[in-house]
Design a protein around this ligand. Structure first.
Ligand SMILES: [Zn+2]
Length: 249
């Protein structure tokens, strides 16, 4: 297939200013490389880092160092907490320096105090209904009690049940997520790597007046590279007014 044909099949870049608000720096992606990709692809960037146990940001001082280190670059600076209750480790003053916080509901607390990371490819689901009930409970917890601006990876399903997306995301469940996000003005991430949420969810959320962000969740040259997100933006007729753009603090 010719490059020209491929190019004509790719969804167009939206007419509004595009930002990839889900970029992780890594040994494969320096801030300079990320900025270069953003420039090439005409996409603004938001950088995320994880706080908490096992990660390098655990104190106010470490958070401040992270934010200050990125302030000389033209990027938004955010945090992607993984564990519920994470914000207790930081003062409000320190958290207020962040441009935004994005959190997903993919690391489910278990009753024994451990965690179930449902994005992992070997996640097992014995009972679909039981899983969905527990998942919804955690989503509700994240959307009602975590101090966040963006709900990441919305409606992602673990591999063994992913093909049942349309059946499992019932109007009631979708409606509940939208209602909770609406109550606290939490934006919805359209996630490039997971291809979530689907068109129906985005249209329903749009009707409810929710705002959206686009994110690759990339730690490499895939940063700022959108296909699914542009496709959804086109299909759902998203405009600049539908997008959430965090302000620089
Ligand atoms: Zn991430």
């Amino acid at each position: 297939m010719s490059a020209r044909l491929l190019a004509s099949e790719a969804p167009p870049k939206p007419a509004f200013p595009v930002a990839d608000l889900h970029v992780h720096l890594s040994p494969q992606l320096s801030i300079e490389q990320a900025l270069e990709l953003g420039k090439e692809r005409q996409v603004q960037l938001g950088i995320l880092e994880h706080p908490g146990p096992g990660y390098k940001i655990q104190t106010d001082a470490e958070l401040k160092q992270y934010i200050d280190g990125l302030r000389k670059y033209p990027v938004r600076v955010g945090l992607q907490p993984v564990y519920a209750g994470w914000s207790k480790s930081f003062s409000k003053g320190a958290l207020d320096q962040l441009d935004y916080v994005l959190m997903d509901a993919l690391t489910l607390p278990r009753s024994d105090g451990s965690w179930l990371a449902i994005w992992q490819i070997d996640t097992m689901v014995d009972d679909e209904d039981e899983f969905m009930a527990g998942y919804m409970k955690f989503i509700e917890q994240v959307l009602t009690s975590e101090p966040i601006d963006i709900f990441g990876w919305p409606t992602f399903l673990p591999v063994p049940i992913a093909r049942h997306y349309s059946r499992l995301w019932t109007p009631a469940r979708v409606g509940r997520i939208i209602e909770l996000a609406q109550a606290r003005k939490i934006a919805i991430e359209i996630n490039e790597v997971a291809h979530v949420p689907d068109e129906n969810f985005v249209l329903a959320a749009k009707r409810a007046g929710l705002k959206f962000t686009l994110g690759t969740d990339a730690r490499n040259q895939n940063a700022a590279h959108f296909y699914y997100c542009y496709q959804i933006a086109q299909k759902c007729g998203l405009t600049e007014a539908d997008m959430f753009a965090p302000k620089r603090k």
